[in-house]
Write a protein of this length. Structure first.
Length: 488
């Protein structure tokens, strides 16, 4: 029953939040619920490391016939990192969440989103993954449009429309998979693909599902919904989306294309590498032209997704481990940059770099809070991003994928340029002496301090984190353990 805990906790708190709790009690419950989810995720990760792959068969219907939850090293890591981000966001919301979000029952949909995330990471069934994606889609749409301004509704409609198209592709691919195999259990599908000599029929559902996950993870050329929507809601919501939503799409891509979509490797790996390269470059170049901090960071979400997809395209144990390590780093650092953008807005009253300046003198502590995730994203040693990029570049060189490796290096320079641009405009440029600068309290900065410390520690103690990523990659690349762990 251990694997049911990450589902039950947000389910209980979601229903609790439907009651009209006072604001202070609602915020306390939000922090408490997210802390419980973090404890449960850490417990599951420890259990996976000590006892191996964990499974739960709902209703005692064993795989492949019933609903199965599975925790392997990859899903357990994602559970922990997403729980860290949700906990930090719950702390950040205490000071940065506007009243219209509280009146719109923010915490109901905060826990609904957490429910969808945990379900997506734990499910061992393709159709149930679709269900969890829809739970995330609907809750994130409500969070995005809270406040009901025209601007938020415009962004929310674009977000919902394109993601619903992705859901249709996913559902069509599921239908074809089931028609051909009679099962949707992931381990059973992997077993069928492994034991079959004729797997070309998998290409059609694979393409449909690739399009679905491509939209949800915002790869080139399916990313236009993200920069059109992520900068519109409250910064608390944007920060949560930045660290979590697209990464679930990448998680699903890696899971499917290492487990049972393994036919035609030359075609698929080359296609994925081409898409990864364009995703990195287009996202990085678009970010360099922006002046709104949220839009710069939104385009960089796209750019950084390219690195994760690059690891999948190279498809060696080192590359997959690099993709997992990079995903963990990026979830932490990207969330942190959005948190800092919110603090800059609170201190200076704007997200527009043209209206901001002088922060280095006025708030040196905020300058430190920015420089840590910014340098991590740019890949400056000894922070987490350096090792993530180093592993992927090393994997590219070892596999003789020189072009995508060069693109990755170029994109790192574009990222550094964008971070320097924010630094020069917001911190070094002379500010308006007539404008009022608000003071930042330690409680307001605490969420960023937590994530900044994690980025630093991931760099200092890169070896044990990489070992965990390598363990996840080993199970992904050699899927026999996963199949036997689920199907017994």
């Amino acid at each position: 029953m251990t694997l049911a805990i990450p589902i039950l906790i947000p389910l209980v708190f979601m229903n609790l939040m439907i009651l009209r709790l006072p604001d202070r009690l609602a915020r306390t419950a939000g922090v408490s619920g997210s802390l419980l989810m973090l404890a449960a995720a850490v417990f599951i990760l420890v259990k996976v490391k000590t006892e191996g792959i964990q499974t739960l068969y709902l209703g005692a219907w064993e795989a492949p016939y019933g609903i199965t939850f599975v925790a392997d090293p990859f899903s357990a890591l994602m559970l922990v990192v997403s729980a860290i981000i949700l906990f930090v966001i719950s702390l950040y919301a205490i000071h940065f969440l506007s009243s219209d979000y509280l009146s719109g029952k923010f915490y109901v949909f905060f826990f609904t989103l957490a429910l969808g995330l945990n379900g997506a990471f734990l499910t061992g069934d393709v159709f149930n993954l679709y269900v969890w994606f829809e739970v995330m889609l609907l809750s994130s749409f409500v969070l995005m449009t809270m406040g009901k301004t025209r601007d938020k509704l415009r962004g929310g409609i674009k977000y919902l429309a394109l993601n619903l198209i992705g859901s249709l592709f996913f559902l069509a691919g599921i239908g074809l998979l089931y028609a051909k195999t009679g099962t949707l259990n992931m381990a059973h599908l992997a077993q069928i693909a492994k034991n079959s000599d004729q797997t070309q029929w998998l290409n059609t559902p694979a393409m449909l599902i690739f399009l679905a996950f491509g939209i949800k993870s915002a790869v080139f050329p399916l990313f236009f919904w993200l920069p059109a929507s992520y900068h519109r809601p409250n910064i608390t919501v944007s920060s949560m989306f930045a660290g979590l939503l697209t990464k679930v799409g990448v998680y699903a891509l890696i899971r499917f294309f290492t487990l049972f979509f393994v036919q035609d490797p030359a075609f698929w790996h080359n296609l994925i590498l081409i898409i990864a390269g364009f995703t990195m470059v287009v996202g990085g170049m678009a970010a360099s032209t922006q002046y709104d901090t949220r839009r710069i960071l939104s385009y960089h979400i796209i750019s950084q997704i390219g690195y994760m997809v690059m690891g999948l395209g190279i498809f060696t144990p080192l590359a997959i481990a690099g993709a997992v390590y990079f995903m963990i780093h990026n979830m932490i650092a990207k969330t942190n940059t959005f948190l800092v953008a919110g603090m800059i807005q609170k201190v200076k009253g704007s997200f527009d770099l043209k209206n901001i300046g002088g922060l280095f003198k006025e708030s040196p502590f905020l300058a430190v809070l920015f420089i840590v995730p910014a340098f991590a994203l740019a890949g400056i040693p000894p922070l987490s991003g350096f090792f993530g990029k180093f592993i992927l570049i090393k994997a590219g060189i070892e596999s003789k994928q020189y072009l995508i490796t060069a693109v990755a290096v170029l994109t790192g320079m574009l990222t550094l340029y964008s971070m320097i641009k924010i630094w020069n405009e917001a911190f070094l440029k002379k500010g308006d002496t007539n404008s009022e600068t608000k003071k930042l309290t330690l409680a307001e900065a605490l969420p960023s301090v937590i994530l900044g410390l994690i980025s630093i520690l991931m760099g200092i103690f890169a070896a044990p984190v990489f070992d965990s990523a390598s363990e996840a990659a080993e199970v992904l690349m050699e899927n026999t353990n996963y199949i036997e762990g689920v199907l017994k």
